[in-house]
Ligand binder design. Structure first.
Ligand code: ARG
Length: 666
């Protein structure tokens, strides 16, 4: 049972009973949402804050309304009689007796009190979706991990969920490796390790294209740097010319100078980056000669991609040859991450549907011919969506339209969630607007945007040489560090180490991967965050490691006491609430369903990590203050063991919904 939801329901009913024409039925639920968990336990467990806005609306004193609502809302099944303050707050406290009974009911409950959604909805989640043919990198963590956590949580809540990995398996990167394969491949390396060789070819071609682009941009970048430098000199001269007595003028001129300084810094940074790209190729004689031998490589690569899309048999054959190897590579990473999809329908799957999509948009007047291209115009959008280029090529957006059409036909979902980074916000705004005009009004379309993973320097996370960080090396490093922590911890155990070498390795894998996932999920998804192995593996703090230790600690209590969790569950002892620490833990255990409801409300898994963190802390206080195995009476020992067991189960289930494992011993 979701206690908060029940209390809200009771208050919505109270509003109905209030029978005041001024409050519309639509308002009942909305106002009832002002029943919230209490910030300070001394006021109670929950607080209903709806009297104040109502008082304004009805022009009556808040305390009076609060008193009336307090009487009308029947919270007696769970709470003591509400306490109304002079300001109009209604404080609610769960009675200890009810709390004990609620926990008692949880003991045999596999779902730990979490109700099934009624009615269940059907969701498609579009997540991970890397562009294959290049190795997965740090940027792919977020979509993969956030999407997976939402998938698991929605499913546990009883919704119908389809996880769809919309792979980028048809884009320019294939033009790049086809070109690379034709011109630069090392046949022996390809025979031995095709994916590694394709990765090398991808990076090589990419580097040559970047070199070419940088060379082309260089004159303009130089010109811009010189011009901004000149502006700065002028701004400085202007500043010197302002008489010292004119402080307003000084300020204005100084502001202009600062702006010019910033512009110069930006222009110089861009110029430096272009120079670095050129330098990287030209300082290496082999690369330099390749660059010289392949002028116009950018255009040539585009032509390879176009030939693939046009069905050129040789390019299609190569694509068919490369794809399984690329897929195997990412599948290995998914297996290690414990992430799976119901379907993997990449961009290539939609290729045949694109001409019809464009025809249909044209026929319905949603798209028009414009300067040789086909564009869908949407009122109030700054730019139209191009669905077919002048050269006849279709675009990423066209594929996304075809994808919506297919998903609606195949699954008619109520909701489609796109877990894609914030740089694509514009794309999705436009996509959703066009989809609506096309007739997809019923389905809810949400772009779940997320921020960037940063390095310790506060800039997008890169290797020392400036490359993006490969996902696999990240996992390896986290696991290696976890291994050291696990060994250290095990070696320091008072009765000597407990874990075999193999167990240590297994624990390290669970802890290392869990740390990376948790560090990501515990941030609000829209914020950027700094990637730090140290922080994510800290044994104290809001980390997976801390939760995993809390779990293992409960398991060790049971082992030490010679107790079986199953036996305690079957015994279902009465729960005794004898101290504030016990009560705080008990209340949190009952509130697990609320945390999950919060996660799916705005699709933020950090609501669950925050809850788990609170739970683990509360458990730690409980464990310090309330002896379990040495409890004064057998009844209390059993009750406390039951609390321990419930804590472990909620942590295990909570972590599982985040895609994170636990270990029996650590
Ligand atoms: N492959 C794309 C990229 O790496 C992400 C795809 C997201 N999903 C979608 N339906 N557009 O940028």
């Amino acid at each position: 049972m979701n206690l908060l939801a029940e209390l809200r329901r009771r208050f919505a009913q109270a509003l109905e009973k209030l029978d005041n024409e001024a409050i519309s039925a639509a308002q009942w639920e909305e106002l009832a949402r002002l029943v919230l968990p209490c910030q300070h336990p001394r006021f109670g467990d929950y607080q209903a804050n709806l009297a104040m806005p109502l008082a304004r609306q009805l022009r009556r004193p808040p305390a009076e309304i609060a008193r009336q609502l307090g009487e009308l809302a029947d919270v007696s099944p769970w709470c003591l009689p509400p306490e109304v303050t002079a300001q109009g707050f209604i404080n609610l406290r769960v009675s200890d007796e009810r709390l004990a009974a609620l926990l008692h009911d949880l003991l045999p409950d596999e779902r730990l009190g979490v109700p099934l959604a009624a009615p269940p909805l059907s969701y498609v989640i579009d997540y991970s979706a890397p562009n294959v043919a290049k190795p997965m990198h740090v940027g792919h963590i977020r979509s993969t991990v956030i999407g997976d956590a939402l998938y698991r949580t929605l499913k546990f809540l009883g919704h119908r969920v389809i996880g769809d990995n919309h792979l980028g398996d048809w884009g320019t990167q294939f033009g790049m490796i086809i070109y690379g394969y034709r011109h630069f491949r090392d046949p022996q390396a390809y025979a031995r390790q095709p994916v590694a060789e394709l990765g090398r070819l991808y990076r090589l071609v990419n580097q040559l294209i970047e070199h070419e682009e940088a060379c082309a941009q260089l004159p303009e970048l130089k010109r811009r740097a010189a011009a901004t430098k000149q502006s700065l000199e002028q701004a400085e001269a202007a500043l010197r010319a302002v008489p010292p007595t004119d402080s307003a003028g000084q300020k204005r001129a100084a502001a202009v100078r600062r702006k010019c300084e910033a512009a110069l810094a930006a222009a110089e940074a861009e110029l430096a980056e272009a120079r670095a790209r050129i330098q990287a190729v030209e300082s290496d004689p082999q690369l330099a000669s390749l660059a010289a031998a392949h002028p116009q490589i950018g255009a040539a690569v585009l032509a390879e991609t176009a030939r693939l899309h046009a069905g050129d048999p040789e390019n299609v054959r190569l694509w068919r040859e490369f794809l399984p190897a690329c897929r195997a590579e990412i599948d290995r990473i998914y297996a290690r991450l414990g992430v799976r999809f119901d379907v993997t329908l990449g961009e290539s799957f939609y290729h045949d549907r694109l001409p019809q999509v464009v025809d249909e948009l044209l026929a319905r007047g949603i798209a028009q011919h414009s300067e040789g291209a086909v564009c869908a115009f949407v009122p109030d959008m700054p730019a139209p969506m191009i669905v077919r280029k002048r050269d006849g090529a279709f675009l990423y957006a066209t594929t996304d339209l075809a994808t919506i059409q297919y998903r609606m036909e195949a699954w008619s979902p109520d909701v489609i969630l796109y877990v894609v980074d914030h740089r694509q916000s514009e794309h999705f705004r436009l996509l959703f607007a066009v989809a609506r005009r096309w007739g997809y009004q019923q389905v809810a379309l949400h772009h779940l945007s997320f921020g960037t993973v940063l390095g310790e320097d506060g800039r997008p996370f890169r290797t020392r040489s400036g490359d993006t960080v490969g996902l696999e090396s990240l996992l390896d490093e986290a696991v290696a560090r976890a291994y050291r922590i696990v060994c250290e911890n095990d070696d320091q155990k008072p009765d000597g180490p407990e874990l075999s070498e193999e167990e240590r390795r297994q624990v390290a894998e669970t802890v290392g991967i869990g740390a990376i996932k948790y560090a990501d999920l515990s941030q609000h998804r829209t914020s950027d965050y700094v990637f730090s192995y140290e922080k994510m593996l800290a044994t104290k703090g809001n980390t997976a490691t801390y939760m995993q230790y809390a779990y293992a600690r409960v398991r060790s209590i049971f082992r030490k006491g010679g107790e079986q969790p199953e036996a305690i569950r079957a015994l279902a002892p009465p729960i005794m609430i004898t101290s504030p620490a016990e009560r705080a833990l008990a209340l949190l255990l009952v509130r697990f369903p609320e945390a999950l409801a919060d996660v799916v409300e705005d699709f933020c898994p950090n609501k669950l990590t925050a809850y788990l963190w609170e739970l683990a802390n509360s458990f730690s206080t409980f464990f310090e203050e309330c002896p379990v195995l040495r409890a004064p009476t057998t009844e209390l020992r059993q009750s406390r063991l039951a609390l321990c067991d419930l804590t472990a189960r909620v942590i295990r289930r909570g972590l599982d919904l985040l895609g994170i494992g636990v270990c029996e011993k650590m």
